[in-house]
Write a protein that binds this ligand. Structure first.
Ligand SMILES: Cc1cc2nc3c(=O)[nH]c(=O)nc-3n(C[C@H](O)[C@H](O)[C@H](O)COP(=O)(O)OP(=O)(O)OC[C@H]3O[C@@H](n4cnc5c(N)ncnc54)[C@H](O)[C@@H]3O)c2cc1C
Length: 547
């Protein structure tokens, strides 16, 4: 689409002044990175590098829970079919089967590590709830709606107890590559910037390792309104793209239908009103009091997320009762709402809404990225020594749309698998290291323009004109990339966000159909000739997309 699409080939940063050697370096400390560290630790030396505190990623914010077949009346086959159905024809069925089959073991493993999942009744059995797109109750939760925090707490403690070397406020910039003895291009380590408490760079060093595991999460922060915390800026995906590795399915961004709408000017991370609230019986109403989901889908308010988000977007565009930027969630019939959803209650109360007695204003926001770096469920990519797990990876498990609560499960399963794989065998050593290429950055203040372009033009409903406008804005921002920009965490993130955003727009423009969570107004239906993946890759400093 664009005549430009230039992206920096490396992040500009000061010269390295220190060097550390280990077996495996992990970037990121969410469910995926921590699970990998735990599985590796008994056998390998591991350095876990994370750009903020341990709990800064999405994992800590997850509310609904983890999907797994634990009820004897449920079945692996039903979970597989629900996942394939949500994925709208683009899931890799074998990856789905592997994930779903290993999910119950992952839950038991977390419990063995000390995760306290909610019990249902006096029998002490684990409580299972249902979320959109699931045909059975199979979501394990903790603390009501604090499931992710419990997973994060459990894994944080276990990693500390296991003696994993954790380096906080350390930013993974780019991988160092080289050649093995037989001439194969491979990863030799990663450049890391140590940050001060304001995000300034204290020093840069190189951690050499036989394997680098990217577990840096998704890229919700490229949007002005998102459920994701500030750390989720697509760093690992941009890094892998710069290393020449392909990223797939980037156009499939799941917009959560219901984040708390806190006014027209609100930007950044917004409080999520979990699907579990609709699972317990809440319904969506527009400002005129009409149901949003009646007649739209057989599962009505529990339809898959893309269906609900796009129904809300369409209803908002009709501006019922003059309101065009939010609808309402009626949860007033849920008994003891506060006990079941303590953090949602707290978020609502802090916005002046009592969810037990009042309607909750909600709107869609960027929530989960189904695509990522092309990898197997064991984390392997096309570049020797580079592994990617969790939300940063595209394993084919989610296809064009993720089934709710499959992602925390994927993080634990894939993290554990890559850890076991690398415990068993490390990739071949790199004998010669490639020369550095010149780096560049864009200034952090460009983040605002980038995010607003993405929300305005690359949101739930996409038009060709909007995508062209977004590409133009991003290319203008990219033209400001320079080696002279002061290197800071925010500038690194802005440059990574730009790289990922350019890829998303290019893929969204190329895919001329509506499928899963990618909706085009000019191609409203899925098309059989588009039942394929789009792959983004940087070639000669330009983002290219191919089918
Ligand atoms: C509000 C909310 C609710 C959710 N609810 C659910 C749910 O109920 N069930 C479910 O399955 N999923 C849910 N999700 C999605 C799920 O939480 C994520 O997909 C999952 O936690 C991702 O785990 P991860 O380990 O891949 O990444 P994250 O948990 O996002 O962790 C990424 C880590 O990488 C670090 N990092 C990033 N860049 C760098 C860098 N350059 N260098 C070093 N470190 C870096 C971050 O600081 C962080 O530690 C929810 C997400 C949100 C935001």
């Amino acid at each position: 689409m664009s005549a430009n699409n230039r992206v920096p080939r490396q992040l500009a940063a000061p010269e390295p002044t220190w060097f550390v050697d280990t077996d495996v370096v992990i970037l990121g400390s969410g469910a995926a990175g921590l699970s990998a560290a735990l599985a590796l630790r008994p056998v390998r030396d591991v350095v876990l590098v994370t750009k903020d505190i341990l709990a800064a990623g999405s994992t800590n914010w997850a509310q609904g829970g983890l999907a797994a077949v634990l009820d004897p009346n449920d079945s692996i086959e039903l979970h597989v079919q629900d996942t394939l159905e949500a994925g709208a024809g683009l899931c890799d069925e074998s990856a789905v089967r592997e994930l779903v089959s290993e999910a119950p073991t992952a839950i038991r493993y977390l419990m063995e590590l000390g995760a306290a999942f909610d019990a249902g009744d006096s029998s002490g059995e684990i409580a299972l709830t249902r979320e959109g797109g699931h045909s059975h109750n199979r979501i394990v939760h903790a603390g009501g709606d604090q499931s992710g925090a419990e997973v994060q707490r459990t894994l944080d403690e276990s990693v500390r107890l296991a003696g994993v070397q954790v380096v906080e406020r350390a930013f993974g910039l780019d991988v160092v590559t080289g050649k093995t003895a037989n001439g194969t291009r491979a990863v030799a380590g990663v450049r890391v910037a140590m940050l001060d408490s304001n995000g300034g760079v204290e020093s840069v060093g190189i951690v050499t390792a036989r394997a680098v595991i990217i577990a840096t999460g998704g890229y919700g922060q490229v949007y002005a309104s998102t459920s994701n915390p500030p750390a989720v800026t697509g760093d690992g995906i941009a890094l892998a793209l710069r290393a020449g590795v392909e990223a797939n399915d980037l156009e499939f961004i799941q917009f959560h239908p219901t984040v708390l709408w806190s006014g027209p000017e609100a930007t950044g991370q917004q409080a999520l009103i979990s699907e579990a609230v609709r699972g317990e019986g809440a319904i969506l109403l527009d400002a005129a009091g009409q149901r949003v989901m009646a007649g739209v889908h057989p599962q009505e308010d529990l339809a898959p997320r893309d269906v609900v988000a796009s129904a809300i977007s369409r209803r908002m565009s009709e501006a019922p009762a003059g309101v065009d930027d939010h609808v309402y969630l009626d949860a007033r019939k849920i008994e003891k709402f506060e006990d079941r959803f303590p953090s949602i209650t707290a978020s609502c109360l802090s916005a002046g809404i009592d969810p037990q007695h009042e309607l909750i204003p909600v709107a869609p926001a960027a929530h989960y990225v189904c695509g990522g770096v092309k990898a197997t469920l064991d984390g392997a990519t096309s570049l020797q020594g580079l592994y990617v797990v969790g939300e940063a990876a595209c394993t084919g498990v989610h296809g064009a749309n993720r089934l709710a609560s499959n992602s925390l499960t994927e993080g634990v399963v894939a993290g554990t698998r890559v850890g076991r794989e690398l415990s068993w065998k490390l990739p071949e050593e790199v004998s010669t290291v490639d020369d550095d290429v010149e780096g560049a950055l864009i200034d952090s203040y460009h983040r605002a323009a980038l995010r607003s372009a993405m929300s305005r033009y690359v949101g739930v409903l996409r038009t060709p004109d909007g995508l062209t406008a977004a590409a133009r804005i991003l290319n203008t921002l990219g033209a400001n990339a320079s080696a002279d920009v002061v290197p800071t965490r925010k500038a690194f993130e802005a440059t990574n966000m730009l790289t990922v955003a350019i890829a998303v727009v290019e893929a969204a423009h190329t895919r001329q159909e509506s499928r899963g969570c990618h909706r085009r107004t000019d191609f409203a239906e899925p098309r059989t000739d588009w039942m394929r993946h789009l792959s983004c890759r940087i070639v000669d400093g330009r983002m290219e997309v191919s089918a």
